[in-house]
Design a protein around this ligand. Structure first.
Ligand code: NI
Length: 386
């Protein structure tokens, strides 16, 4: 029996597991029950697992009886602060919390891969990483700090994609997903009467100017061939319509697709913020917080992944992934070891591109992707351990 058929035979069990996670979602850093269910399943199958890794993460190793490489496979386990509106019978029982990114399915898929690999001859070790806190860009760093990548030669992972039909997979060499940085800007002026501005230093006008000028980084300082987004998502200043406030506070997100551009942006933003603030007689303070790097796949690992996919499901079911500036903390692992991250179609068979996207309250996942994802991850690992 091949791995696709073996995966299909486990489909019912994996889908049931996924639905249980879906019903009881947990936010980042609070995945204790989810982790307990995963560890219990792994132990029931005879795995030794290390829990409490990088928060609520889990590591389980499957050692072959021949020497060989250590191949890591990773899934994320956390949910989002979203009120579910799917009406599914196994919809979230926790108000305001939803598996709207399909990490419940990723967890079931990785469990399936672990089970499938147990019955295979391995030359090397497959390490299963069940990661917490992906949605807040914290889990991968914490897993690595707790030794998750020690001895690892390559790492692979996937994310479901509801706008791609289940049964299809999307891959891409090089950059796949954007970097994620956070900016916090405080503009200090001097408050006063709204009718007598000459006695004040107005931080609101200064902040407005900074919001507009930051867009020139995208359009005037970076090549149009390098995608960049700077979004100011919050502005807070003042309480009354006729009072000039003391200060304005802005927060924003910065996304890039080229690691060299990500390096250059902080100094460009800092220059605009400081010099513009000075021109308005304000003082500015910028905090530039690096969260995750650009997700850059390693070409050799992508070619390996593509070869396995083509052999398992046929070249006609693989497409080239479109780039996105959404972020994913799998990029942190890829900064340390070679590997490949790819998209697993999780949408309806027809008109998938019209499906609700990730993080939507009506996001739904086509569960056909679960056994397929398990079979593909298992095959990717086993082909490296021959
Ligand atoms: Ni996600």
């Amino acid at each position: 029996m091949n791995l696709i058929e073996s995966g299909q035979r486990m489909a019912g069990e994996l889908i049931q597991f996924r639905r249980e996670l879906h019903r009881y979602p947990e936010l980042s850093l609070h995945e204790s029950e989810t982790a307990a269910k995963v560890a219990a399943q792994l132990r029931a199958w005879g795995f030794h697992c290390k829990t409490g890794v990088g928060g609520h993460g889990i590591i389980a190793d499957l050692q072959g009886n021949q020497p060989g490489p250590v191949i890591a496979l990773r899934a994320d386990m956390d949910a989002l602060p979203i009120q579910e509106e799917t009406g599914l019978e196994f919809a979230s029982a926790s108000p305001g919390i939803m598996h709207a990114c399909g990490h419940d399915a990723h967890t079931a898929i990785l469990l399936g891969a672990a089970r499938l690999l147990q019955s295979q001859q391995l030359a090397g070790t497959v390490r299963f990483l069940f990661q917490a806190a992906e949605e807040i860009n914290a889990g991968a760093k914490a897993m690595i700090a707790d030794g998750a990548l020690e001895g690892v030669d390559e790492i692979y992972g996937l994310h479901n994609l509801p706008t791609l039909s289940a049964g299809k997979v999307a891959t891409r060499c090089g950059s796949l997903m954007g970097s994620v940085d956070r900016i916090e800007i405080t503009i200090e002026g001097r408050g006063g009467h709204g009718a007598i501005p000459e006695q004040s230093i107005d931080p609101v006008v200064c902040a407005s100017s900074i919001v507009m000028a930051l867009q020139t980084v995208v359009s005037r300082e970076i090549s149009p061939f390098d995608p960049v987004v700077i979004t100011i998502g919050s502005i807070h200043a003042g309480e009354a319509n006729n009072v000039i406030p003391h200060r304005a506070q802005l927060t924003g997100t910065v996304r890039t697709f080229n690691p060299k551009v990500q390096e250059r942006i902080p100094s460009q933003i800092e220059r605009i913020v400081n010099e513009l603030a000075a021109s308005y007689r304000c003082k500015a303070k910028l905090s530039y917080i690096h969260q995750v790097p650009v997700l850059v796949n390693h070409d050799e690992c992508v070619l390996h992944t593509e070869a396995v996919i083509d052999r398992m499901i046929g070249r006609q079911h693989r497409v080239e992934a479109a780039p996105t500036l959404a972020g994913e903390d799998f990029s942190v692992y890829l900064g340390q070891v070679p590997g490949c991250f790819f998209w697993l179609g999780s949408g309806p068979a027809e008109y998938a591109e019209e499906a609700f996207g990730l993080h939507h309250p009506q996001y739904m996942l086509n569960e056909d992707c679960i056994p397929l994802g398990a079979s593909l991850l298992a095959a990717i690992a086993i082909e490296r351990c021959k």
